[in-house]
Design a protein around this ligand. Structure first.
Ligand SMILES: Nc1nc2c(ncn2[C@@H]2O[C@H](COP(=O)(O)OP(=O)(O)O)[C@@H](O)[C@H]2O)c(=O)[nH]1
Ligand SMILES: [Mg+2]
Length: 461
């Protein structure tokens, strides 16, 4: 789908789920909507007025497809900003199909997924974060995620971004004016005004980032990979966390060969738990492939639970465990060492005092299910997840990336100012920060990004 489509055609789609239902709605948007309304209902429709009408299949007054409510919203006061017609009939698949076919016959074409929302975006009825919030609202998997989505849809996220952009623009103007009029002789390094403003902007950005990260966690969750040597109890841990016997647990080393996935929720935050094959040198071809996939999952994970058999000697250095792959673990920050089988080792379940290779250490028993609550609390805390739902937004990873980008530009700008007094470079960093933020709301979004976002919507939205 191309974001710069010319909207002189009229689109139509079933807006309710296909299948049987009390009501089914066909939505039409575009210049032909009014004519289609006239042909279908054999009458004129008053704007924004619920008309009870017969829906006709042709000019013939005996050719009735259905009867129901017809609503007409003239441009620009509609969801898409174009003329919009809604036909609410009986929600049977055959009736809806006949009605839609008639609408298409009268000059509309079938809408692509998300095309109504795309038009709303192109006609400035909503910005990109609001469009995304619509999809998130429909897809939300918990009450909290839904309430974040509605907040974003109402423009709260965008309005924070806009305020931040305004602050940046204001500072940019000040700095650029000073560059253009050097006779004013503003001393940048000692100008507290610039420094204070910049620091204030950084603070605002930090607050938005925190709220967005929480929102993104609620929306996307995080991936937790369970890794370790064979027989450490990885599959047992997956089963305990998922509260079902997903993985096969045996005393035989190398039992798990495929990557197994389970989805659970921690206070509304989705967790994608991934169990992997035990990491060891193996001559078995199937197991080797499993191990290769395990390392791939470790690479992508948000968090790694490195499971050790705590009833055996505990290594002092993780890199000793996998000499063939020390590099892969050495650079990882997101590891928690799990000392399993604490029922045998008599370690107290829960977070331990010392750290291993600077990673936190947690003792538990996957079999006896002790220390599991500590693990849940720990997972929430490492992801920066809080139990409160105070004003976070339904953010996506793409938003976090853009915020992160803006943050680095501001940091670099501050450095240019403090260390080099380089006003031009500061001005340039501010411009880049502004542009990164503009991508969030869709002011600077490339067409392919728009295509990707809207094509993931459902049809009729
Ligand atoms: N005593 C005890 N045994 C456990 C515990 N967790 C797993 N095991 C046993 O260790 C063996 C290997 O477990 P499994 O989950 O298949 O390990 P994996 O190879 O790492 O997936 C099985 O016999 C389990 O019953 C535990 O917490 N305590
Ligand atoms: Mg296993």
């Amino acid at each position: 789908m191309n974001a710069s489509v010319k909207n002189d055609d009229t689109i139509a789609a079933l807006a309710t789920p296909s299948g049987r239902g009390g009501i089914g709605i066909i939505r039409v948007s575009g210049p032909q909507a009014l004519n289609i309304a006239k042909s279908i209902t054999h009458s004129d429709l008053e704007p924004r007025y619920a008309h009870f009408k017969q829906f006709y299949g042709s000019d013939d007054t005996t050719d009735i497809i259905d009867q129901g409510i017809a609503l007409f919203f003239p441009a620009p006061h509609s969801f898409t900003g174009e003329d919009v017609l809604e036909l609410q009939g009986h929600g049977g698949p055959i009736i809806m199909d006949c009605l839609l076919r008639q609408v298409l016959h009268l000059g509309a074409r079938q809408a692509e997924p998300g095309e109504f929302s795309l038009r709303a975006f192109l006609n400035n009825k909503i910005d990109l974060t609001q469009a995304e919030a619509i999809a998130d609202l429909i897809d939300s998997s918990s009450e909290q995620a839904a309430s974040n989505a509605i907040r974003s849809l109402q423009g709260e996220f965008s309005s924070h971004i806009h305020k931040l952009v305004e602050q940046i623009i204001e500072l940019r103007l000040y700095v650029e004016a000073a560059i253009d009029f050097p006779e004013e002789e503003i001393d940048f390094i000692n100008d507290d005004n610039v420094l204070n403003k910049l620091k204030f902007i950084q603070q605002t950005l930090h607050t938005i980032f925190t709220k967005s990260r929480q929102g993104a966690l609620l929306r996307d969750g995080m991936s937790v990979v369970i890794a370790g040597k064979p027989n450490a109890g990885k599959s047992s841990l997956l089963n305990t966390l998922a509260e079902k016997e997903t993985a096969i647990v045996t005393t035989v080393e190398g039992t798990t060969r495929d990557v197994l996935r389970e989805h659970i929720q921690l206070d509304g935050m989705p967790l994608h738990i991934i169990d992997t094959a035990g990491l060891r040198d193996s001559g078995n071809e199937i197991e080797q492939e499993g191990i290769r996939r395990a390392w791939m999952e470790i690479e992508k994970a948000d968090q790694i639970l490195l499971v050790l058999d705590g009833s055996k000697t505990i290594p002092t250095d993780l890199t000793d465990l996998w000499p063939e792959n020390t590099q892969a673990l050495a650079k990882k920050q997101n590891i928690t060492v799990i000392l399993n089988k604490c029922d045998l080792s008599k370690l107290t379940p829960g977070i331990q005092d010392g750290r291993l290779d600077d990673h936190p250490v947690l003792a538990l028993s996957a079999k006896e299910k002790t220390g599991i609550d500590s693990l849940r609390v720990h997972l929430k805390s490492v992801m920066g997840f809080k139990n409160t739902s105070e004003g976070e937004f339904s953010a996506r990873r793409r938003h976090l990336q853009a915020l992160q980008q803006a943050k680095s530009f501001l940091e670099s700008g501050l450095l240019q100012l403090q260390d080099h007094g380089a006003a031009e470079l500061l001005a340039d960093d501010l411009r880049c920060a502004q542009q990164a933020l503009g991508e969030i709301t869709g002011e600077f979004s490339p067409d392919d990004l728009l295509g990707k976002i809207f094509s993931s919507f459902c049809i009729g939205k």
